[in-house]
Design a protein around this ligand. Sequence first.
Ligand code: ATP
Ligand code: MG
Length: 568
Amino acid sequence: MKWTKTLIQTLRDNPQDAEIDSHKLLMRAGICRKTAAGLFTFMPLGMRSLKKIEQIVREEMDAAGASEILMPALQPSELWRKTGRWDAMGANMFRLKDRAERDMAMGPTAEEEVTDLMTNIISSYRQLPLNVYQIQTKFRDETRPRFGLMRSKEFIMKDGYSFDVDAEAADKTYWTMYRAYERIFARCGLKATPVQADGGDMGDSMTHEFHALADAGEDAIAFCDGCGYAANTEKAERVCNPVFGKVDAPVEEVHTPNAKTIDQVAAFMGLDGSAFVKSLVYLADGEPVMVCVPGDRDVNEVKLRRYLGAKSVTLADYALVRDVSGAGVGSVGPVKPLKADVRIVADIGLKGASGCIVGANKDDYHLKNVDLDRDAKIAGYADLVIVREGDVCAKCGKKITIRRGIEVGQVFKLGTKYTKAFNTVYKDENAAETLCVMGCYGVGVSRTLQAVIEQSHDKDGIIWPSSVAPYQVVIENLDPSVEEVTKVADELEAELVRRGVDVIVDDREERPGVKFKDADLIGFPVRVVVGAKGLAGGGVEVKRRDEDKSKTRIVPVADAAAEIVRSL
Ligand code: ATP
Ligand code: MG
């Protein structure tokens, strides 16, 4: 391919809305163009990388025994209504009506669609297991589309779904997919780590997310170097054996006007913030619950929901907070709330807490010298906060460290949630009807592309891994108007193509500085320089993108193709 024949437009400046390096480079290197917030066009370079990632996904899915299909992105509401997700999806789902006023959705995922498909196909155990996947555009009306392809409104996903005879067989499929995912990301040149994640409304079912570790990642991952435990902080568990000295002094009410923050209240009382108990009112499936956590910690709503066994937990609004406690949010506490029968739960970090400060359930007042066991009716203690660096691992007792990750994929055991809703049954050997057991497996294909850039770049631009680079090699023809130089460049191109190398010739009439800058910005793995001066001096220059200038090799033209292939 010749540069002047394709469409490559690099930009000098970073787009204003780009916050992270990979987003800046995506735009500056001409990989993508923005159409509107959260909507992107893949330009020819981007398209080539995207197709390569898709091809890797395809090969690994096929090798793992899955078959490619393509279902409509436009989905009828009836399917979603069967599982209750027409409502549950809320504002995240793009909805529209057809001309007959039928409700439709632009698919954010396809569990319902595929289960409906399979319900009409599966009849006998002899057909199972079945495992299908598609690579298709998905639509999600994200609250905050940002970071380019990382969180867009429209994105390319590989979504796969398996149907097995029982939980044991489904477990086998799950681990087959898990291993396929490890290979997919490794082949894309991505360092992706599987971590345990929360199963959402699927109960305690098994799920792993694959995270590309990167400081720019949106997710926080807890790692334990002691036992190798790795979990999304939504799920990660800690243990805690707090030791509180007993304070026998009676509870004392203190007027704390204008003290808004925990530190201000504590300072007002001459105590430090660690004595502070933060109390929040939640609605768990419509029932108010008070949640107490150490003053410097944040409630993990996923853990809270699980502990309470609720379908949903949401923070109560101001009116309800007042109704339950008798005060505004800043003065809520577990001692004598207005609603005496409200259930109060507390984090394990507060077990035995004594001598603490709590809200007095009276505006601008706090209580000190509170002993939770003595003065409050705590219904139960559990691990209810988001883990943080230095917490103690629940599995082995060593210290937890926190790192950031980009979720590039997820594997999920779904059980019979969907097959029950659709009555997806097969007849076993005794002709008894049994529900199929499902799994689902997603790869964010377009997000993976950007995660590769996030993990592999420097100040000059992208450093593509050879497997997913738009072109593996750029030949810089420095003198396109000199016949001899162009002949060498073009013949080298032809030879590389014969050897199965993806190559582009930069045949632009531009200064070498401009051409080299673009090559570094786009990040082709190998750069070959062909120019009149170099040829007179003995050959062409070969250098990998991840090597510095001192590693440049001058290679005779006759040996160039072999050297380039060796460099890849
Ligand atoms: P997230 O937690 O990041 O919102 P998710 O867990 O909701 O993602 P899944 O339903 O697991 O996403 O979808 C499978 C994969 O699709 C994800 O692992 C991710 O790589 C990708 N993905 C999800 N949402 C987006 C998005 N808005 N833009 C780009 N890729 C996405
Ligand atoms: Mg996910």
